[in-house]
Design a protein around this ligand. Structure first.
Ligand code: FE2
Ligand code: FE2
Length: 266
């Protein structure tokens, strides 16, 4: 199920929850930025592609979209990419050279349908300028978030995501421990390289985001987070490199789970 609600002025969120058995729910978010040149940020998960389109249509006519900012080429971000390109012949996909290259291994993006940006570069879409940002935590080399100068909103892609027991509409409603534990778990699962980083170099990366002082952080995997939460969000990530690395269930644990699921009720 894909729900929508207003995340900020002129910005709607399209969200569903992906369960990780035994660990919680991970929100999967896409966003619509309204304006004279509307932007869709990511296109939901492949597994929810049938539910995503009606939710999108409830927010905007897909034919009115001018841009699709693909933060990266993972299955939870590309669900309706090709359907949208087929439905709307003027839609351009903002991505990177690597994003275009990865797509060419599966379902190539036509060259005249892409617009390439690198971190630090800007693109003007109607009355707003979007600056491409490489977030400090990411799981795919094509990852590019961005900062919207009009609203002061940072779109952070997978960075700042969290696994949660329940998903509120505003991240400010999460307790300190739920937010921190959820963020640290997600960062450890999604970006296991974090455990190998130089902590001072990583702190400098977090400082770049701190200095942006966004009014709001819109992560692909966290409810909308007001800018006042920035120190909580950065604090969780700063401890993630020293956290216990995630090790998934092995075959013996999987078989035990399967036995428990198929055991006859007493
Ligand atoms: Fe990802
Ligand atoms: Fe993701």
């Amino acid at each position: 199920m894909v729900n929508s609600y207003k995340a900020a002025a002129d910005i709607e969120i399209l969200t569903s929850n992906f369960p990780i058995p035994g660990y919680g729910l991970v929100p999967v978010n896409a966003f619509v930025i309204k304006g004279s040149e509307p932007v869709l940020v990511d296109t939901g998960a492949v597994v929810t592609s049938k539910e995503f389109m009606p939710a999108l249509r409830s927010v905007i006519d897909p034919a009115d979209l001018k841009w699709l900012w693909l933060t990266h080429t993972d299955y939870d971000h590309m669900g309706c990419l090709h359907q949208l390109l087929a439905e709307n012949p003027r839609l351009r996909v903002i991505t990177t050279f690597l994003g275009m290259g990865i797509m060419s291994l599966m379902d190539p993006l036509p060259m005249d349908r892409v617009y390439l940006v690198n971190p630090g570069e800007k693109i003007t879409v109607g009355s707003r300028t979007l600056t491409a940002v490489r977030p400090p935590v990411f799981d795919n080399p094509s990852t590019t978030g961005f900062f919207d100068d009009k609203t002061g909103v940072l779109f952070s892609s997978d960075c700042f995501g969290a696994a949660l027991q329940s998903v509120p509409e505003n991240a400010a409603d999460l307790s300190d421990s739920d937010l921190r534990d959820g963020q640290v778990f997600w960062a450890s699962v999604d970006s296991p390289w974090l455990h190998k980083v130089d902590k001072s170099a990583f702190a400098a990366e977090l400082d770049v985001i701190r200095k942006m002082a966004p009014n709001m952080v819109l992560s692909s995997h966290l409810p909308p987070a007001p800018g006042q939460m920035m120190e909580r969000l950065l604090g969780s990530l700063s401890v993630a490199p020293g956290a216990q690395p995630f090790v998934g269930p092995n075959q013996a644990a999987l078989e035990q789970m399967l036995r428990a699921m198929t055991a006859a009720p007493k």
